[in-house]
Design a protein around this ligand. Structure first.
Ligand SMILES: Cc1ncc(COP(=O)(O)O)c(C=O)c1O
Length: 358
């Protein structure tokens, strides 16, 4: 017998996107924001006091709770601070799932869900999206203790209307966790559902819209009873003193946040059109990335050629995604370089084909 529980022994673990060591690369593979965080964030960091490090942090991150409550128009007891949205997912699996309490989610989606299901030893009911990434009807009657819908979905970038998720919340007996890690780039969000449904948890991340992936800060929004329940599962000091202060400064600076997000959305739509002009099939994205499928060249081949040119995108090679690349929206310059490089790759392929045929 090994030291680990049997399911841990067998588990592969989550494989994070590649983080290249060099800095002179175009990194469009892990959906980071290409712009720096708010200047208010840098000011907080510059003014950090020794006492903030010497003492334990506020266990609930009140400073952030108050700032986020104001932004969302809810009271602070509807919010739980987490060490990244990923910590909320871990907490939710531990809170609601076990051998007899399955999780359900549509696929393809965020590849962390099956990893956490495996660690928790719970059955994962993976219900395929159709080719348009519509919400599968089967989710409603699944009997799962926890149903997760990623909206906008990763890696498709597609968005499910709030009304459809309200109907799902109404039909489910268990919890509906709506993973809104990318919602800052979408036209709508599900926070309003929390008022009407005691089984809805919204996941938010500061990694994408607020340019704070390195900080590790996310939060849950739900009715106070659910928040109080989730609180029992978190580490006593799950968010540190620096990240509470920084995340609070970032969320307070809504002007900077909105300007930044608008730039990314504008460039996403331009990139989508440019990729379509290169004969890629690209679903309309509501996130800060696009999912692109070349009609003329294998995704794996394009991926390798981009890496050779120091451009990193994400290639999953998983069912439903075999010939697709997920590309994070970068700065306008990075996107232009990517499009130019793709043009070169595809045209050299066209030439070599011509030679083979001739
Ligand atoms: C769909 C989805 N949910 C949640 C997260 C977690 O984000 P973080 O832990 O950085 O807040 C990510 C991160 O990439 C994600 O892609």
């Amino acid at each position: 017998m090994g030291y680990f529980r049997e399911n841990i022994e067998k588990a592969k673990g989550y494989e994070p996107g590649f983080q290249p060591k060099q800095t002179d690369v175009i990194k469009l593979n892990t959906n980071e924001n290409p712009y720096p965080p708010s200047p208010a964030v840098m000011k907080v960091l510059a003014e950090i006091k020794p006492v903030q490090l010497r003492r334990y942090p506020d266990p609930t991150g009140e400073q952030f709770l108050q700032a986020a409550a104001q932004v969302h128009g809810i009271s602070a007891d509807h919010i739980l601070c987490c060490n990244g949205g990923d910590e909320l997912l871990t907490i939710a699996f531990r809170a609601f799932c076990d051998e007899n309490r399955p999780v359900a989610y549509p696929v393809p989606t965020y590849s962390l869900y099956p990893v956490l299901a495996n660690l928790q030893n719970c059955k994962a009911m993976e219900i395929p999206f159709d080719s348009e990434f519509n919400l599968p009807a089967k989710l409603a009657g699944d009997g799962a203790a926890l149903t997760i819908v990623c909206n906008p979905n990763a890696p498709s970038g597609t968005f499910i209307a709030v009304g459809e998720l309200a109907s799902l919340a109404d039909e489910l007996d268990g919890i509906l966790l709506i993973d809104e890690a990318y919602v800052d780039f979408a036209r709508d969000n599900c926070v309003s559902l929390v008022k009407d449904f005691d089984n809805v948890i919204i996941l938010r991340s500061m990694s994408k819209g607020y340019s704070l992936a390195g900080l590790r800060f996310g939060y849950a929004i739900a009715q106070p009873d659910l928040i109080a329940g989730l609180m029992k599962l978190k580490d006593s000091y799950n968010v540190n003193a620096l990240s509470i202060a920084v995340a609070a400064a970032a969320i307070k600076d809504q002007k900077y946040f909105k300007e930044n997000v608008e730039k990314v959305k504008r460039d996403r739509d331009i990139l989508t059109e440019q990729l379509r002009a290169l004969k890629f099939k690209v679903a309309k994205s509501s996130a800060n990335f696009v999912l692109a499928e070349s009609k003329n060249c294998k995704a794996g081949e394009i991926y390798d050629k981009l890496v050779q040119r120091n451009i990193y995108v994400r290639f999953f090679d998983l069912p439903g995604l075999t010939n697709k690349l997920r590309i994070t929206v970068g700065t306008s310059e990075q996107n232009d370089k990517l499009v130019l490089t793709l043009k070169e790759i595809l045209s050299s392929k066209g030439t070599s084909h011509g030679k083979e045929n001739g």
